[in-house]
Design a protein around this ligand. Sequence first.
Ligand SMILES: NC(=O)c1ccc[n+]([C@@H]2O[C@H](COP(=O)([O-])OP(=O)(O)OC[C@H]3O[C@@H](n4cnc5c(N)ncnc54)[C@H](OP(=O)(O)O)[C@@H]3O)[C@@H](O)[C@H]2O)c1
Length: 354
Amino acid sequence: MAEQTAPAGARQGRPVTVAVLGATGYTGAELIRLLLDHPYAELAFLSSERSAGRTVGAVLPWLRNHPAAAKLTFRPLDELPEVDVAFGCLPGGQLPPRMGLVAKRAGRVLNLAGDFRLRDPEQAAAHYPASADWPEPFAYHVPEFADVPRDRFVNLPGCMAVTTVYALRPLFAAGLVEDDVVVDAKTGSSGSGRGSTEHPADRAGNFRVHKLFGHRHAPEVVQALTDYAGAAPELHFSTYSLDTPRGILVTAYSRLRPGVTALEVRRAYAASYARTPFVRLRPSPRSPQDFPMLKSVIGSNVAEVAVSVRGGRCVTVAALDNLLKGAAGQAVQTFNRLHGLPEATGLPFTAVAP
Ligand SMILES: NC(=O)c1ccc[n+]([C@@H]2O[C@H](COP(=O)([O-])OP(=O)(O)OC[C@H]3O[C@@H](n4cnc5c(N)ncnc54)[C@H](OP(=O)(O)O)[C@@H]3O)[C@@H](O)[C@H]2O)c1
């Protein structure tokens, strides 16, 4: 691994102080897990309303054996002290009304919730009505396709949206496919957060439709492809619920433009993902286990992508861990880039199996 360069805070003899807002949730807890061992981040503040006063070790049993878990205590969000970076891991709609306070105390805000992803005011009002409570802009950011953001306020992508963007961006950036595309996005149960009211017995042993039309990640995919590929395709985006805690697998079906060859498609993907350590192309999948799958990505910050062409049809498959590359890992990757650290600092490449 390349030698690490200390970020600004660390160069001044101190780590970068971070707050996690909504730290007992699935994404917040995953951020704690990553940042506990991050060499340049100091967990300065962890918010929870219901667990205020309790320690990380007492509330999150999978973290209790870390030496720091008995010392770190959750506190109500109103007690947020001055920090370098605040990660927003609150349910949608909870950060915008608190941004006045958060902006006063945090040097930067990286929001994992959807509040400020959509620029179009009509779409934002339809899908994230509370975003109007904070008028200052957030930059939408996918680390593989954008320069390091200079903005104070950054919104990270949605987990199913970004999996889809990884699947489709090479095709649209190179102008290889027709404008209409069909996407099936299958997601595990942690995607709905700890607050989900779905009973485990209803999820277990089942595989079902979540939403066939109107999912809020659809306009986000189109916005991201407009920004990063210069194309605004007609997207049919349907989502499905898997009976597994973690993981997303997206299948995208497109049609090649006349004259486009399979070789051109493979070259476009290879070029797109030649220098993206955390988005990895499966070069020539032949057997089922060569393709992206949940067991090759869960526990890692890696998104896997594979593409297959037959005749004029193109099928792309992408998979990632929704809590890592789809949320907390993506956030730490962005944090690293913002602070001039090697992108992979504190992030896992390998999955957990069986
Ligand atoms: N889960 C995923 O795969 C995923 C992926 C990407 C993005 N996201 C987005 O990230 C955000 C967090 O998701 P999550 O899955 O971690 O959610 P979650 O498991 O439901 O956790 C939400 C957290 O916010 C706190 N909270 C709840 N209501 C609150 C309120 N009214 N005021 C202040 N704090 C409150 C909760 O603890 P207390 O109630 O104790 O305060 C908890 O710590 C969501 O907006 C989600 O859309 C999730």
